[in-house]
Design a protein around this ligand. Sequence first.
Ligand code: UT7
Length: 330
Amino acid sequence: MHAKFAGVGHFVPERVVTNHDLASLMDTTDSWIVERTGISERRFVREGQGTSEMGEQAARAAMKMAGVTPSDLDFIIFATLSPDYMFPGCGVLLQNRLGCATIGALDVRTQCTGFIYGLAVADAFIRMGMYKRILLVGAETQSMGLDLTTRGRDIAVIFGDGAGAAVLVPSEDDGPGVMETILHSEGSHAKELWMEVPTCLVPTTRTPELVAEGRHFPQMNGREVFRHATRRFVEAVDEVLERVGKTRDDVDLIVPHQANKRISDAVGERLGIPPARIVQNVQRFGNTTAASIPIALSEALQEGRVQPGHLLVLVAFGSGFTWGASAVRW
Ligand code: UT7
């Protein structure tokens, strides 16, 4: 047995924030953002909406497609870097929102790679026979944590809010589902893309000092992240394909984490995989970290780009650094 996708769904907040909107808040332009990232617009939550609420909406859409109700679920995995609270995590908040039984709820903290790590855990639990219907959610509220002034413009223009979810169920070994997942990390690069505050390294009473220094905003060494991302995306695709005895030509669709259109274009070029076989929706949603793969997969399904028998590679790279890929037979 292994895990297959019984349902996939997504949710994005109503409020569309265009590059022109950002240009009225900071020293940037639509052309700079489009040229460097491919992004034209993104969604921002309304205040108080938050990650667990968006996760619930995406989860309900995925459950509808799977034909299951909250009481059918036996485990929840929730990937996010922007939880409603420092603790408890969004997993338990989602369990409560859905009103399901007192099933286990696990939070995953591997940023842009969160959905791939979560998928690996779900697949392993299903292979073990431990659970049969796992809800996997990636949801992110970036907008509330961004520095929407010129000081934060390198990061603020990239990120957006949204959620995606999947219901994973058992499938026969030779049937559709997750074939292999590979996972990596390299913590020596932790501070190339990080958020320092809130921190438990100093007493909370010192938080106002750190906030006054702007250390509660995410920080990124964009060029370094870009350089590593393009290399690791390609390596991860090749590694997972080798594990399942397939080649780049066998892949019907790559569903990459939506970091930057230039990164996905460069990866496609290096792999020799044409744009028609790479999902790109960063133009409309920006980078939604853990939510980006399930949102992209959900849209690709709605557009009919994923058909039974297709070989998909889901692949991500991000803060940590963490990266990974999953080969999935649909
Ligand atoms: O999920 C993983 C998450 N992160 C990523 O994938 C990000 C990877 N990195 C990137 O996508 C790119 O590095 C960025 C889009 C962040 C930046 O593009 P870049 O081509 O690497 O630009 P840069 O950082 O080298 O900056 C070029 C110039 C700088 O000005 P100077 O020093 O040349 O005068 C920046 O200050 O562009 C300036 N700049 C901006 N200008 C207008 C930085 N951000 C902006 C902005 N608008 N928003």
